[in-house]
Design a protein around this ligand. Structure first.
Ligand SMILES: Cc1ncc(COP(=O)(O)O)c(C=O)c1O
Length: 398
């Protein structure tokens, strides 16, 4: 049977991971500055993480959501403690799209309204409702176009106010720092005004922290820097370090009722053991502090490279913007220097999303490789035709 061919693939087959490295079938070692699309939070094959999943699998891997599973409460308690967010409730699911889909549904149940506001360059996933609020027409099927969704410019408070005051908006959803869109972040003032407008007009404010959450920015959630309190927070990628787990946090003012949400796999025993272990490691190894510290080093080093025109993002969610398209540069860094990095819909931006336990030394290797690659290729070669420059690169997926 053939695989349904939807992914353009690099000719690399990783078979093993360890910390910040992955190894391919021939034993070649790659430095992972992309964390498999921002998923690897505590490092590949972290021994404590492996142990907790192994032990749980040997005890009970799965049973349904119709029985008591104390691991879900343990995860919720730990999440409250490590994240510092209070007076929210946790619903568990299995992916980022599913988390956002559930967030939209809760918002619509809660407000009785049905229109969603999203922003230019947003990426919220590929399932029916969330692809409708993703700024990429090419991945929407006719079936997805039936939702009531309005796209606005990011950072434009006036148009947000106009739309919200029409009275039919259930939710405003935003990525605090845009991932796929290219690491843009609005001003604190914009997020605060959005929060106020939502409150005044009975609209739910949804922070999509699927990529920016779980310590990646040096704060547990990226919104925390802006002093706002979203009604709903969505999470996934870093939550299970590769084990599929996602979730939403709903403000305790939102009342649940039986049957309102549900899932077969969400919050299962194995997923919870992965999630609990990730939180323990983030806390015990001070990974948020590490993310903030290493980030300062990366930004300081990046400013010394004249070809880098702009440094975007926070913590270990970093974008290095050049004045040329980076597809060929990125390929050279991968195939000549064995370092994984990412791209975005901004073709001049190199995206860096490593495991949160990465050290400065790893970035020293990266900067040597980057300098060599920049020297190696002049700007003309970099901007010459390359299949990835067409926008179909593997890492544009998520
Ligand atoms: C901000 C954001 N939201 C949602 C998603 C969708 O997550 P998933 O691919 O797990 O469905 C992604 C994936 O890249 C994302 O970056």
């Amino acid at each position: 049977m053939e695989l349904f061919d939807v992914y353009p693939l690099y000719d690399i087959t990783p078979v093993k991971g360890e910390g910040c490295y992955v190894f391919d079938v021939s034993g070649k070692k790659y430095l992972d500055l992309y964390g498999g699309h921002a998923v690897i939070s505590v490092g590949h094959a972290h021994p404590e993480y492996v142990k907790s999943i192994q032990e749980q699998a040997a005890k009970l891997g799965f049973y349904s959501n119709s029985i008591k599973n104390p691991l879900q409460q343990e995860l919720a308690d730990k999440l409250e403690k490590v994240s510092g967010v209070k007076d929210y409730s946790l619903f568990l699911c299995s992916s980022g799209a599913e988390a956002n889909e559930n967030a939209l549904k809760v918002a619509s149940f809660q407000t009785g309204k049905d229109r969603i506001i999203y922003f230019e360059n947003a990426f919220h996933g590929r399932t029916s409702g969330v692809v409708a609020i993703t700024d990429n027409e090419s991945i929407k099927a006719p079936f997805n176009l039936g939702h009531k969704a309005t796209k606005l410019a990011f950072n434009d408070t006036e148009s947000l106010k106009n739309e919200i005051e029409k009275g039919d908006v259930a939710a405003v959803i935003f990525e605090v720092i845009q991932g796929v869109g290219g690491l843009d972040e609005a001003e604190s003032e914009f997020y605060r005004s959005a929060a106020e407008l939502c409150k005044e007009n009975q609209v739910m404010l949804i922070a999509d922290e699927v990529q920016s959450g779980y310590g990646r920015t040096g704060d547990f959630f990226a919104f925390q820097k802006h002093g706002i309190r979203p009604d709903i927070i969505t999470m996934a990628k870093g939550m299970g370090n590769g084990f599929p787990i996602g979730g939403i946090l709903t403000d305790n003012n939102i009342q649940p009722k039986y049957g309102m949400l549900g899932t077969t796999f969400g919050g299962n025993h194995l997923a919870c053991s992965a999630g609990i272990s990730v939180l323990d490691i983030i806390q015990n190894e001070n990974l948020m502090e590490n993310a903030a510290e290493v980030s300062e080093f990366v930004k300081a080093e990046a400013t010394k490279i004249p070809e880098i025109k702009k440094i975007k993002g926070r913590g270990l969610m970093i974008g290095l913007e050049f004045d040329f398209e980076i597809a060929a540069l990125r390929k050279e860094i991968l195939f000549e220097h064995q370092i994984f990095t990412g791209a975005s819909s901004n073709k001049k931006l190199l995206r860096i999303l490593p495991p949160l336990n990465i050290k400065k030394e790893h970035f020293e290797s990266f900067f040597s490789a980057l300098k060599a690659a920049l020297k190696d290729q002049n700007k003309n070669i970099l901007t010459s035709s390359c299949p990835e420059a067409s926008g179909d690169s593997a890492s544009l997926r998520s």
